[in-house]
Write a protein that binds this ligand. Sequence first.
Ligand code: HEC
Length: 126
Amino acid sequence: MKKNIVIPFFFSVLAVSLLLNCGKKEEKVEETAATQASAVDAKELYVTCASCHGDTGEGNGAAAANLNPKPRNFKAPETEWKNGKTVAGITKTLKEGIAPGMAKYDYMKDEEIAALANYVIELGSK
Ligand code: HEC
């Protein structure tokens, strides 16, 4: 008779622990999604830049026509760049701007600037 109680008890403990484990797994998935959402999305940040520099970085955004000097074509050779086609050079450009055409983006976080700098280099190398 005792066995009849022990076995269902064992299974209900198993069921409860499985349920608890499932809960934990879901928590982990949510955590990963949240981490990814908070990670810097350079492509999203670049939307701000595309009006001048163009979606593909060729300096041909909608606002470029009326600008003088023209927005940098990121595919242009290094010699045409003022601060340089490097993470350090682009970081300087974003933090200080290049008067009068290129505004400074010093309100951006360092990790956003770094992500954008890499994205600009990526666009420039395609
Ligand atoms: C209002 C138009 C405009 C917007 C918006 C803009 N830029 Fe520019 N950008 C320019 C112009 C104009 C220049 C060229 C400045 C010069 O040669 O004096 C330039 C130059 C640059 C350069 C070249 C620097 C060098 O070393 O020569 C980089 C890199 C750059 N911009 C990145 C960005 C990024 C990243 C964004 C978005 C966060 C952005 N720009 C937004 C107009 C713009």
